[in-house]
Ligand binder design. Structure first.
Ligand code: ATP
Ligand code: MG
Ligand code: MG
Ligand code: MG
Length: 469
């Protein structure tokens, strides 16, 4: 059985052997792209190459790109711990053609990799194509020999990719693996497609149009290819499990959590182990790329991720900071592929330790408040926004931490009430400020604040304008 590190290499080597330039992962903070919170797909570092604004000395590339989806357009934070296939941090394996090969070669290369190099049984595989993309459907039939009922036509945006309102766009085709009847979930396009039985492993994007204006789409003279395969998902398949968290790499982190807490990782508290293992990776990689916890923007996203994991550490009975103790296990698993983790190890340890100490000062009192405020609530009820706001403002509980804490009981949070309480607080601050005599500065400050929005919540509000695969 191959480990995650070998599977990554198999992918990179395969495309290198097929004349692709191996390009190292870019940082999680995109360069020169303030519209995007974090790199969330393998194509992000190549955006300007696809539009033609930037030239590279190669027209085929392959990469394993660090990605975070915990804010903005793609936000999988709430899924973590609850689905078998989502992480906040994951690695996206991708091959790219910049005006070089197109659909036919992309499908051939992909099919050969999954069936020959990876040796997956053909009968377990199915694909989706964009409803109007007869060309792709025909190619799958011819190249892979798939029967019609395993080439599923999807008419939604799931199978049509665009970079933004204008620019390159095109249909996509996704490869799914059927983990078998014992796992709940339906095939893509069915009402219960969100289960974990049919797992989407690879997205092939066929960039064939240029959207010049909302109503006008031209054919690109040299169409391009952008693909993305989740390393954790293909690893699960190759290691005979449907569950990303059961792969060797994630399992080693979960075991580190179990060793540090003494709690059974396969018992009723498995969700906490998963959340901690996932959030440890995201936190560590973000710190290594220079994102430190703070109260705004990217820094607030990493704080939310850290604190959510820290509450789960508390649930597992940890009475002292826990996360920092897990860092060596992560560096053992991923330090070779990502030397920045080794370089930043002591910064990661210190940052996690300090953040957890800080948060622990209010954590217990906040949890006690949450308990008493929700005593009388039952499934289907909503926690008043005011309470969630006090937890945020006084106890340092990010909103999604409160939501996560109430989720197992089926209690939701009145988000509008929370926002309203936040706005009221801002008004009060403004009123308190008035009269200080410096009218011009005040006006400037508050208008700026209104324009930019609540700094604390940039994490939710900032959206990547572009549709990344
Ligand atoms: P899903 O529908 O399962 O949420 P997606 O359609 O959002 O996935 P894409 O944007 O197509 O995913 O990304 C390409 C590939 O990256 C996916 O096919 C999957 O293998 C992987 N991937 C996407 N999101 C995640 C995640 N949160 N954790 C792990 N792997 C992911
Ligand atoms: Mg998704
Ligand atoms: Mg999808
Ligand atoms: Mg997809």
């Amino acid at each position: 059985m191959s480990g995650v590190n070998e599977i990554r290499s198999t992918f990179l080597d395969y495309f290198a052997a097929n004349s692709h330039e191996a390009v190292p992962s870019s940082p999680l903070v995109p360069r020169n792209d303030p519209t995007l919170l974090f790199t969330n797909a393998g194509m992000v570092p190549f955006k300007n190459v696809f539009t033609g604004a930037e030239k590279r000395p190669y027209s085929r590339a392959v990469s394993a790109q660090k990605c975070v989806r915990a804010g903005g357009k793609h936000n999988d934070l709430d899924n973590v711990g609850y689905t078998a296939r989502h992480h906040t941090f994951f690695e996206m394996l991708g091959n790219f053609s910049f005006g070089d090969y197109f659909k036919e070669t992309a499908i051939e290369l992909a099919w050969k990799l999954v069936t020959r190099e990876f040796g997956l049984p053909e009968k377990k595989l199915l694909v989706t194509v964009f409803a109007e993309d007869d060309e792709a459907a025909d190619l799958w039939k011819r190249i892979a020999g798939l029967p019609d009922d395993r080439i599923i036509r999807i008419a939604t945006s799931d199978n049509f990719w665009s970079m933004g309102d204008t620019g390159p766009c095109g249909p996509c085709s996704e490869i799914f693996y059927d983990h078998g009847e014992h796992i709940p979930g339906g095939p893509p396009g069915s009402p219960d497609e969100d289960g974990d039985r049919f797992i989407e492993i690879w997205n092939l994007v066929f960039m064939q149009y240029d959207q010049v204006s909302p109503g006008q789409r031209l054919l690109l003279p040299r169409p391009s290819i952008d693909t993305g395969m989740g390393l954790e998902r293909i690893s699960a398949v190759l290691q005979g499990t449907h569950d990303n968290y059961a792969t060797d790499l994630m399992r080693a982190l979960i075991e580190a959590v179990a060793n540090a807490t003494g709690v059974d990782p396969d018992g009723p508290q498995a969700v906490s182990h998963r959340v901690i293992a996932d959030h440890l990776r995201a936190s560590a990689f973000l710190v290594a790329d220079g994102v430190l916890p703070s109260n705004e923007g990217r820094g607030y996203v990493v704080r939310r991720i850290m604190r959510r994991a820290m509450r789960h550490a508390e649930l597992l009975g940890a009475r002292e900071p826990l996360m920092w103790r897990l860092v060596p296990a992560l560096v053992r698993q991923m330090g070779q592929a990502y030397p920045e983790l080794v370089r930043a190890e002591s910064l990661i340890v210190e940052t996690l330790h300090l953040e957890e100490k800080r948060f622990r000062k209010t954590l217990e009192r906040g949890l006690a408040m949450l308990d008493s405020a929700t005593e009388s609530l039952s499934a289907g009820d909503r926690l008043p926004g005011e309470v969630a706001f006090t937890l945020y403002d006084t106890y340092g509980f990010p909103l999604d931490l409160t939501q996560d804490a109430l989720r197992p009981r089926g209690v939701s949070v009145d988000n509008e009430g929370f926002e309203a309480a936040m706005a009221r607080q801002r008004e009060l601050a403004r009123a308190a400020w008035a009269g200080s005599g410096e009218a011009a500065t005040e006006t400037l400050w508050f208008s700026l604040r209104d324009r930019v929005g609540s700094t604390e919540f940039l994490g939710y509000d900032v959206d990547s304008a572009e549709g990344i695969i």
